[in-house]
Design a protein around this ligand. Structure first.
Ligand code: ADP
Ligand code: MG
Length: 247
């Protein structure tokens, strides 16, 4: 079977600096993949390349076997592959409900007869799931930072054809209650809609809960892949993390 998402020998150079160095990863449909590595490892760059935010210097990216070369981020998003910030720009003066409806309307194929009603139903379901229903008509700017992060993640889930969601450090600076809500949301969308995830995070306890398989990057290269316990036990991974922590 064709992998949902595949990169082959992906290279990104910034001048003479190589941020991703021949990165080849394969993510199966329905997988929740973790991506870890010390700061500067190239994780965000990889997320940017995959979602078309930056152009690779070399290499290939395929979604369901189809090359994404030279597509714009919004075209890639319409194919069902997106990362948080592309759709997560909240509009502070709009209500929570309207913020949720926007990405739905932007990406729904010919919303058609049932379009808007379905969007509304989805939005209300997400508000209920995230316990934000009572704030449905409040402006987004009235939310706490954590609630905003939660709403942003939900905005991506509003896209009808979503297949793969790339989340770059979605838990950074988020309180434990909201963190649990985001985790529950990810698991819910994975189980009910079969959505595939690539999640960048430093939080090992969260990665253990969410991910079957972890990819480890160090200095632009993939150095390990496997269950968290396995990759975390590797000497090069431990050294890379400790080296950075003590630097
Ligand atoms: P991570 O997300 O793993 O912390 P990044 O992908 O953000 O790492 O960055 C990898 C490396 O590439 C870093 O050394 C960073 O300074 C460099 N880098 C990232 N973006 C750019 C850019 N636009 N121009 C120059 N260097 C960059
Ligand atoms: Mg980063």
């Amino acid at each position: 079977m064709v992998a949902l998402l595949e990169t082959r020998n992906l290279v990104k150079r910034f001048g003479g600096f190589v941020a991703t160095n021949n990165v080849s990863i394969t993510i199966e449909r329905g997988e929740i993949r973790g991506l870890i590595g010390p700061n500067g490892a190239g994780k965000t760059t990889l997320a940017n390349l995959i979602t078309g935010v930056q152009m690779p210097s070399a290499g290939e990216i395929r979604l369901e076997g189809q090359s994404l070369a030279s597509l714009e981020p919004h075209e890639i998003a319409r194919k069902g592959l997106l990362r948080t910030f592309q759709v997560c720009r909240l509009f502070g003066n709009l209500t929570l409900l309207d913020n949720l409806l926007l990405p739905y309307l932007a990406c729904a194929d010919k919303a058609g007869r049932h379009g808007n009603a379905e969007g509304l139903e989805r939005a209300q379901a997400f508000l209920a799931l995230t316990k934000l229903t009572r704030l449905a008509d409040a402006p987004a700017k009235s939310l706490s930072g954590g609630q905003r992060a939660l709403l942003q993640v939900c905005c991506g889930f509003m896209i009808p054809g979503l297949k793969c969601y790339v989340l770059d450090e979605p838990f950074a600076g988020i309180n434990p209650v909201i963190k649990d809500s985001i985790i529950d949301l990810i698991l819910h969308e994975n189980r009910t809609r079969g959505i595939t995830f690539l999640i960048v995070s430093h939080e090992m306890s969260v990665m253990r809960r969410l991910c079957q398989k972890i990819t480890v990057m160090i200095e632009g290269r993939v150095v390990a892949e496997g269950p968290l316990e396995e990759v975390a036990a590797r000497d090069d991974v431990i050294t890379a993390y400790l080296g950075k922590a003590m630097a």
